[in-house]
Write a protein that binds this ligand. Structure first.
Ligand code: 7RM
Length: 656
């Protein structure tokens, strides 16, 4: 039987041949997804109203579910409602889950004991912190910069800000002093919350020193609260710097939540654009809460006694939405991991999974690729039988990494949810639903309920067919979308709402296959047109990575007399490939590309390198690679936020 399903209000007919081998059980459940998605498109307000009514404490009900105008742009959800997000993430659970572990802290050093913070303890610690913030002069609407490693104080301080209506701006504690100062000043933070230092594998990092350097440039900061983590000998500036612990000890464990409007800002989180200053994305209270709670529950299929672990840092949106707010809004146990994947050895992730019987594990492709390079024994010696769902986020997951993850971590039994979303979207937008959507390597599959996607062509027209690629846009608002860029609404409009009329433009390219599954092909600025053919870099990199000797690769374009652009590949070899003849390897790589994509995608130049410049969240900085390949090295732009700035010189020295 071949059956057709109409997706939402679009007239795309999905020929469901592909799903024929599925059991009746699966077909029934997939049907359920389509029904819910259709319902959410027919009546978005009704759909989200139902979600909002179900699970939360509202101090006052909304007057209007949604008002929006993508031209201004202006979006408001649950206008008129009053609430506090911490009451929903903490207080609400006390009666039934007071003793349940809310945050399970796993320290950097495996010999240090893990800390189980119950919902009751979290309540007390957040309230104490909130009272300290108030005592130190922080009021509703003030901005507080949080620059902490992955220790409990990081989650607790964000929640404490939310408790009193202060706007947190968490800056990942791997950013340099300059990057920190830029972010503090952009949003006029009055306070910085930091620690003496941090552990990272076998190293310690002098965080307070970085804060001191940054604050030379930040006259607006009145107070620095300092948590003790590594007991280092640090300088405390009289009148400005205060140790956190003694203040907390004296603070009361009760703090009335500040009652917030639905659209009051909850936090600012900076994300780098392709040019200029980082953008301070502003997220608001009610919509963000509803959306992250709903998506957490559904994408990870969280059940009451599960132990959920997301390996991201809270300094990124993934940590905000899926370590702190989403899980806690569901009364979940969320693991907070201070360490790194290779300390004390490459088995650490799996040791932690086995130790805490983790049920959902959520990480990034860059981590998966690094782990896949190591001896399989690192995985196999640990008991991973507790795992039910595996997640991936942050960049396209290539086929090889997908299979390694599926075979060796999930043992082909745990579905992989390849979740596509952005800092700007606040929550997951495209993802399979475990045990419901059949997975397909490198495909993020279907939009979640409430999400209306479109693919646009270069002329600004929506592409309605399947088996096409285009630019990924979103044509209807969703509750957790960023409402503006802090202090620069014009830039918000120009970046996201000006490319296509009445659409939010994601900046990503995507392909829609014959059943309507989406595959994210990468940033559209990574699309390279070679002899008039559009080539996404990700599929070419996927092909190269299939070569046995290749660990990782990145493709950029460079100008070519005849083709317009030609392709330049940077390739990291596995240890096993390092002794091989480079010219032979180049031939083999182009052979694989020819086989996977076609001769059009062959590389003109292949440079072997020991590393690729990456951002702290593991994204390859193609901008730098592109400039090197194009011999435009006079101005490489800001490299200070790179994880590994040293490889840039190596690459420049060996450029072809
Ligand atoms: C959550 C996060 C956003 C950009 C986005 C994409 C890329 C993220 C995936 C992905 C392919 C995925 N926020 N991206 N997830 N590409 N498949 N599953 O990463 O603001 O830091 O980055 O990341 O290009 O636009 S982010």
């Amino acid at each position: 039987m071949i059956f057709f399903i109409t997706l939402g209000d679009s007239n795309i007919k999905i020929q469901h041949k592909k799903f024929q081998q599925m059991s009746n059980y699966h077909i029934k459940h997939l049907e359920e997804y389509f029904q819910i998605h259709r319902k959410s498109v027919r009546n978005p307000e009704g759909f989200w109203e139902e979600v909002a009514e179900e699970h939360f404490i509202w101090r006052k009900r909304w007057d209007k579910v949604l008002s929006w105008d993508f031209k201004k742009p202006e979006v408001k959800w649950f206008e008129g409602a009053k609430l506090n997000i911490t009451e929903n993430c903490i207080d609400r659970h006390l009666r039934i889950r007071g003793d349940k572990t809310a945050i399970l802290f796993e320290p950097n050093d495996p010999s240090e004991e893990a800390e189980h913070i119950s919902y009751q303890q979290l309540y007390e610690r957040v309230n104490q912190f909130a009272n300290v913030l108030k005592d130190q002069g922080i009021n509703k609407g003030d901005r507080v910069c949080i620059y902490l490693p992955m220790i409990p104080e990081l989650a607790i301080s964000t929640l404490a800000c939310a408790r009193i209506g202060a706007i947190h701006s968490v800056v990942f504690a791997g950013f340099s002093a300059t990057a920190l100062a830029t972010r503090i000043n952009d949003s006029d933070c009055k306070m910085v919350i930091a620690s003496d230092g941090s552990y990272r594998g076998s190293k310690t990092i002098d965080l307070k020193g970085i804060v001191d350097d940054a604050l030379e440039e930040c006259p607006g900061v009145e107070t620095v609260l300092v948590a003790k983590r590594i007991n280092s000998d640090i300088k405390m500036k009289e009148g400005r710097d205060k140790w956190l612990q003694p203040l907390l000890e004296e603070a009361l464990t009760e703090c009335e939540p500040e009652i917030m409007d639905a659209e009051d800002p909850l936090f600012i989180l900076y994300t780098s654009g392709s040019t200029g200053m980082p953008k301070g994305m502003v997220h608001t209270t009610a919509g963000y809460m509803v959306y992250t709670a709903y998506t957490f529950k559904n994408v990870f299929q969280y059940r009451e006694n599960d132990v959920y672990w997301c390996t991201a840092d809270i300094g990124w949106i993934t940590g905000h939405s899926y370590i702190v707010y989403g899980p806690l809004a569901n009364g979940a146990t969320t693991v907070m991991f201070e360490g790194v994947p290779n300390y004390p050895d490459w088995g650490r992730f799996w040791e932690v999974v086995a130790k805490h019987k983790v049920t959902q594990f959520y990480t990034a492709p860059t981590a998966i690729r690094a782990l896949a390079k190591e001896n399989l024994e690192c995985v196999e010696k640990h008991d991973l039988s507790s795992l039910k769902v595996l997640g991936s986020v942050g960049e396209p997951i290539n086929e090889e990494a997908w299979h390694w993850y599926n075979d060796n971590v999930g043992k082909k039994k745990s579905p992989i949810v390849d979740t596509w979303w952005q800092t700007e979207t606040g929550g997951i937008m495209i993802s399979p639903i475990p045990y419901l959507t059949p997975t397909k390597p490198t495909y993020a599959t279907f939009p979640l309920p409430g999400i209306q996607l479109s693919l646009m062509d270069e002329n600004g027209k929506e592409i309605k067919d399947n088996q096409v690629d285009g630019r990924l846009c979103i044509k209807f608002p969703w509750p957790s979308m960023a409402r503006t860029i802090w202090g620069n609404h014009k830039r918000y409009k120009d970046t996201y709402f000006s490319t296509y009329e009445n659409q939010y433009f994601t900046g990503d390219g995507a392909l829609r296959d014959e059943v309507g599954y989406y595959r994210i092909t990468g940033r559209v600025d990574d699309v390279i047109i070679v002899s008039g053919h559009n080539l996404g870099t990700a599929p070419i990199e996927d092909a190269i990575n299939e070569h046995q000797a290749v660990a990782e690769s990145a493709i950029v374009g460079f100008p070519h007399d005849i083709k317009g652009n030609a392709l330049y590949g940077y390739v990291i070899l596995k240890e096993s490939g390092e002794s091989r003849n480079h010219d032979n390897l180049r031939k083999e790589i182009n052979q694989i590309i020819t086989e996977h994509i076609g001769p059009i995608a062959k590389l003109d130049k292949i440079q072997f390198t020991s590393g690729l410049p990456k951002t702290r969240s593991g994204k390859i900085m193609r901008r730098i690679l592109r400039k090197i390949a194009c011999s435009e090295t006079d101005n490489l732009g800001d490299t200070s936020t790179l994880l590994n700035p040293e490889v840039v010189q190596e690459i420049m020295d060996n450029v072809l």
